[in-house]
Design a protein. Sequence first.
Length: 446
Amino acid sequence: MNELPGNLFPRKLDRPLKLARSAEGIWIEDEDQKRYMDASGGAIVVNAGHCRKEIADAVYRQLMSHDYIHPTMFATAPAEQLATKLADRAPGDISRFYFLSGGSEANEAAIKLARQIHMANGNDSKFRLVARWKSYHGLTLGALSAMGRTAFRTPFTPLLKDALHIPAPYCYRCPFQLEYPACHLRCAYALNDIIEDAGSETISAFLAETIPGATIAASVPPDQYLKIIREICDAHNVLLILDEVMCGTGRTGKWFAYEHYNVVPDIVTLGKGLAGGAIALSALGVRECHFNIVRENCGAFVHGGTFSHHPVAASAGLALADILERESLVERVADKGERLGRLLTEKLLPLDAVGDVRGKGFLWGIELVQDKKNRKPFDRSAKVAERLWDRLFQKGFIIYVATGLAGTHGDAFVVAPPYIISDYEMDMLADAMESTFIEFFDEIIG
């Protein structure tokens, strides 16, 4: 194994990484002046493009005006204005926004807020959380308890508070061995089963990604799925928390992904692209009625954070929102997302090792298989996705790896470029992926 120079505890421990030298638009340049198309926006974060001057200017102005202000001592204009901007865009009565630093924090805060809402309503017995297998909600212990990705949970199982889990709406690998629509959305009704089996008087909330992200590679749920989930939650007085850390802020062609399904959650979480990747920022949004019941009956949300409601981070988020509006980038995603999906489907789905291409907007998943007929995955020990990613990276194209889709096996990629990607750059990406996939699988499969 290569030695790692310096004193940094890096994210990758198996080899040193090239130094990034600069970034602009959808391109990153390394220390050797080699350019890479960032077709995943890092970890599905960079949505308006790298190094937007408008965001840098907004952050600079805020730093020079007032930088750190503790949110229990003063209000700040950027946080107030960003909350109003998001409330204006959120369908339904999601009208109060609480700002934090990362998606894990937002989801932990949402879980705690759901519990406190029930307590404020006199339902102290409601404390248990239901989530889904094959989900991702963050790596802090509360979020990890909710998460359904086995590989991330297993090392820390003794530390986790046990949450209940149901199968994900993963039609390509239906856990019930059914086919849509003849399945009658058995995966949605599994929520009703687990609530009744556990006792609805104990269930606080159901937490789910509106559109699953990397863990099952943009497996878009059927249109009626969330409507059924909403009805089940209402029937049992269970709060619905939708995690839009990855799929929100325009990524699917709507400001909030739940707009596609004509439902309104009780709580929604945002992160990743909320400030365009320029600065760490996340949020939870909650319905006005829940906010009021906590304020009136509890006096406070028993939560906090040194860097919550940070005016500098909020100024970046506000500048990003202004860019999305001024350049009509969310509408562009809705339009150009169809083109991107069509390109990926036409170029990749005919290949023997590509089992499925699915997605919405600028969030697309490509699942790899060893046998297309029976959907047999590659064994995880082969590290197919990582090896193929390396080859694409060497050619100057960056996409996002997803693994463990089929039990602990399985490989996929997520393609989620910045919203400013041009038609020409989409063509470049699809052609590069097609040729690299063919070259790679000809070598390993023959």
